[in-house]
Design a protein around this ligand. Structure first.
Ligand SMILES: [Zn+2]
Length: 394
């Protein structure tokens, strides 16, 4: 069994359901310490974070990942127990999308975290060990940052570590997030940025009353309807070369007493913006509140910004990744800013170039999560080459 496969299996055996690390980081820290890394355990609340560095000074090249996993769901729905790694070729007929999930006869590793992202963490660890063994006196710093709070609240994980780095003046020049970014083949997609996400929780006040006496009531549904229509119809921006136009979606509306003769006294709306670098969160907040005021809506709104958008321009890290993918995978990847959020959003504001590059994501968070073993075994060399090329050119 290869080193990276063995380490991935060891990590899967530790049932680290978010935010529990279940000993994953101790295992990683022991290995990296043996390889000459300086180890720092950063525990905030219930969350374990591990910061391991080798070398000193700039440029600082970081691999970022998480040891926590989402719950397995009912274990009996799995073909093998979710926290016991299982290696087999799967040929179960009748599954949807057989190629993507690997029902093509090739060997796969099954278990919770097999794709998201204990395999990626194991590959980053092995890549770092190999890298410092080959280049003990490398330029700059290579490092690993892992958290046990990516799948959960994401408050005491990388967000807190980034605050600490800001206080300490710890710079990061380049960050490869080992999340499963690929679609059908290893290396077919690299993420070069992410949209921001801004959620608004709106409360509209009215006056409850009898539907037959509307002059004695104030209907919040009638107040909000034209304002919502305008919010939905608004073109917030045109997007730009890297991002599509900002999208606005209403996810929840709630009002009414259930009786058909009562005008409700209040109404709630939840809405979300996904936005690129053509708009700012502040701009979107102000413009939407101005629309509500113009329609005479009596409201209060709580905003939650779960991440600013970021974009890594064409530079040393993107070039290092493309060259490494070309030589190890023989393909030219799609460079995308799509998808949801990741912990890269907390590292990018430190001034780092951030990309996400990893295994296929077809089965993440699903029952019978799995990864192709051939892909897993190619990943450490791919990661090590990104680091080597970046440190040689940055
Ligand atoms: Zn993940």
């Amino acid at each position: 069994m290869s080193d990276v496969l063995d380490l991935t299996c060891e990590l899967i055996r530790r049932a680290s359901v978010t935010p529990d690390d279940a000993g994953c980081q101790a295992l990683i820290a022991a290995r990296l310490e043996r390889a000459g890394f300086a180890i720092e355990h950063l525990r905030f609340g219930d969350v374990d974070n591990l910061w391991a560095t080798h070398g000193s000074g700039a440029p600082v090249f970081v691999f970022l990942g998480h040891t926590d996993v989402v719950p397995s769901g009912p274990a009996e729905a799995w073909s093998s127990p979710p926290f016991e790694p299982s290696i087999r070729s799967c040929d179960v007929p009748g599954r949807e999308n057989p190629e993507a999930v690997g029902h093509d006869g090739t060997l796969h590793l099954y278990g919770r975290g097999a794709a998201d992202m204990k395999s990626g963490v194991a590959a980053m660890v092995v890549a770092l060990e190999d890298f410092v063994r080959g280049q003990p006196d490398h330029r700059g710093t290579v490092a690993l940052l892992v958290t046990s709070d990516e799948e959960g609240m994401a408050i005491d994980g990388v967000r807190r570590v980034a605050d600490l780095f800001r206080e300490r003046g710890q710079r990061i020049d380049a960050c490869v997030v080992g999340e499963p970014s690929s679609k059908a083949r290893l290396g077919d997609l690299v993420r070069i940025g992410r949209r921001g996400s801004l959620t608004g929780r709106l409360r509209v006040e009215g006056v409850q009353g009898h539907v037959a006496y509307p002059d004695q009531a104030d209907n919040p549904i009638h107040r909000i309807a034209p304002a919502l229509a305008e919010l939905v119809a608004t073109r917030w921006d045109e997007g730009n070369a890297a991002f599509p136009p900002t999208s606005f979606q209403i996810s929840n509306i709630e009002a009414g007493t259930g009786a058909d003769n009562v005008i409700p006294g209040r109404l709630r709306v939840v809405c979300n913006f996904r936005f690129g670098t053509a708009s700012t969160a502040q701009d979107l907040r102000e413009r939407s509140e101005a629309i509500l005021r113009r329609h005479g809506v009596r409201f209060s709104i709580d905003w939650h910004l779960s991440g600013e958008p970021f974009l890594t321009p064409d530079g040393p890290l993107r070039r290092a990744a493309l060259a490494a993918i070309a030589s190890h995978c023989g393909i030219e990847p799609e460079q995308s800013t799509g998808g949801g959020t990741s912990d890269g959003r907390f590292i990018a504001p430190l001034g780092a170039e951030v990309i996400e590059l990893g295994l296929c994501n077809a089965t993440i968070h699903k029952v019978d999560e799995c990864v192709a073993i051939a892909d897993l075994e190619r990943l450490p060399a791919l990661y090590a080459e990104v680091a080597r090329r970046h440190l040689a050119t940055a």
